[in-house]
Design a binder for this molecule. Structure first.
Ligand code: SF4
Length: 486
């Protein structure tokens, strides 16, 4: 197996596919620049912080010096202003809707040795599994029976789950249907790939391609990722540049908080965003993720970790990301317990997963087995409970996938996001998909809260013509039509 893995890694990594994106031979992650920028930004003037907040509220991306100033703010009153601004920005760009998806772990064979992960190759306690076609279909059916329409499909980094396997499983996911249920968008979290392989995934209809750098700090990265394909920092750092070059214009960044100084990681996410924008005509990441490291079975690093981040600091970090890149989607996962999600969603989150089970094959068997999981989830509520909670907080759950199927991705999406127009375009479609969920899958309690919220949101649509149109489409859904959108 070791030889096979080595051969696979050597065949996959093509340095010339990232070397062309380097700046004079260096990556965009300039450690000295980040450290000195953070250092110079200590004790920021309150008036400067207020200027930065105003810039974000005008939906302008921040410069590194400005993000560093926010990270160094120590005034709790100003933090309250930052939290409020985060909520306003999200409302201006995306409205009161939360896109909801489920993670689907498809394989957990992995050649890597990430010290914080239950799936690392040395973990003999992990039960390894790669879904067969029949098992994958069973998982998809279990998910659509709960009401899911959007997935993030997660693959271990291994020759057995290379591009052909991923492409086949994406096709199965799209083709598996039952009654009104179907998966309409599959995002992918998998190993960094070559441009040729990424083009194959684009052809079978991949949604967002996600690759998390985990930690942007180069030497810390090497220490925590000692072996496997992930040991190549640069190959991973430019994974999303290659995806964009391959025509996948929705890409997702991420850093795993708890591995290094979180201020450095936030700066890394910003530098990554800026470099994508510079190299791809202003189009940066579609989403940014910021999971916190969680305990994993038989993984001592996760229990002995000294860089753990408390809830208070986590909220501040999320708010700084929100203000730094005002127009980008932000994902808060079910790693976080329900009360943390309730506290943080209002400061600018646009997407969550819900009703999640991260064991391989666990949706169809309805099992919870820590030895089949990458880590341990914090929010284990059902999809219906999470949706009901969101509705009580005033958020429409959106399962909408219309934008992608109408070509509202990449540059088009970024342009409307930067102008604060996603909200007007997507809220009607969010209402329509929410209505489908309420009719087909919701409990009675969720239906009552949800219908009240729909009435409120329809009344809030500013354009009377649009309001009437949406009312008409809701009538079509009540009469049995599905998957209708503006
Ligand atoms: S984090 Fe991903 S790449 Fe690393 S060991 Fe776990 S599954 Fe493999």
């Amino acid at each position: 197996m070791a030889t096979t893995a080595k051969t696979w890694i050597n065949n996959v990594i093509k340095p010339e596919q990232y070397e062309r994106y380097l700046n004079k031979g260096q990556t965009f992650l300039d450690e000295n620049f980040i450290n000195s920028t953070l250092d110079k930004a200590k004790n920021p003037n309150p008036a400067y912080i207020k200027e930065i907040i105003a810039k974000s509220l005008a939906l302008n991306r921040l410069e590194p010096e400005e993000t560093a100033a926010l990270l160094n703010c120590t005034d709790e009153d100003l933090w309250e202003e930052i939290f409020v601004a985060g909520g306003k920005i999200k409302q201006a760009v995306y409205g009161r809707r939360i896109v909801t998806f489920a993670p689907l772990y498809v394989s957990n064979h992995c050649v890597n040795s990430c010290v914080y992960c239950g799936f690392r190759s040395e973990n003999n306690k992990t039960k390894r599994k790669q879904l067969t076609q029949a098992e994958l279909e069973a998982e998809i059916l279990a998910l659509i029976r709960k009401g899911h329409k959007r997935l993030i499909m997660v693959y271990g980094e291994h020759p057995d789950s290379g591009v052909n396997y991923i492409a086949e499983t994406l096709q199965i996911a799209y083709q598996t249907k039952e009654d009104n249920g179907e998966i309409r968008r599959c995002n992918v979290n998998a190993a960094p790939m070559s441009i040729e392989d990424l083009k194959k995934l684009n052809e079978v209809g991949i949604g967002t391609f996600q690759v998390f750098q985990e930690t942007y700090h180069p030497s810390n990265y090497q220490r925590l990722h000692p072996k496997g394909i992930k040991a190549d920092y640069r190959w991973r750092l430019y994974a999303l540049h290659r995806a964009m070059e391959a025509g996948i214009d929705d890409v997702g960044l991420g850093a795993l908080f708890g591995l290094y100084d979180p201020k450095f990681e936030v700066m890394g996410l910003l530098m990554h965003t800026i470099d994508l924008e510079e190299k791809f005509g202003g189009v940066g990441p579609h989403t940014i993720s910021f999971p916190r490291m969680e305990l994993a079975s038989n993984t001592p690093f996760t229990s002995a970790n000294k860089a753990a981040i408390d809830d208070k600091l986590f909220k501040k970090l999320v708010a700084v990301i929100r203000l730094s890149v005002p127009y980008t989607g932000m994902i808060l996962t079910a790693r976080e317990p329900a009360q943390v999600r309730q506290d943080i969603i209002p400061i600018g989150i646009t997407q969550i997963d819900a009703g999640s089970n991260i064991g391989i094959g666990a949706y169809s068997t309805d099992t919870l087995d820590y030895d089949k999981q990458q880590f341990i989830l914090g929010d284990t509520r059902s999809l219906d409970e999470a949706i009901q909670d969101l509705a009580s907080m005033g958020y429409i759950t959106s399962f909408c996938t219309a934008g992608y199927r109408c070509g509202r991705t990449g540059e088009y999406f970024m342009d409307i996001a930067k102008e604060g127009k996603v909200h007007a375009l997507c809220m009607p479609n969010a209402i329509l998909t929410f209505k489908e969920y309420l009719l087909d899958y919701a409990s009675e309690e969720t239906r009552i809260v949800g219908e009240t919220l729909i009435e409120k949101e329809i009344a809030a649509l500013a354009n009377p013509g649009l309001r009437n149109k949406v009312k008409g489409m809701l009538g079509q859904i009540e009469r049995g039509e599905r998957d209708i959108f503006l």
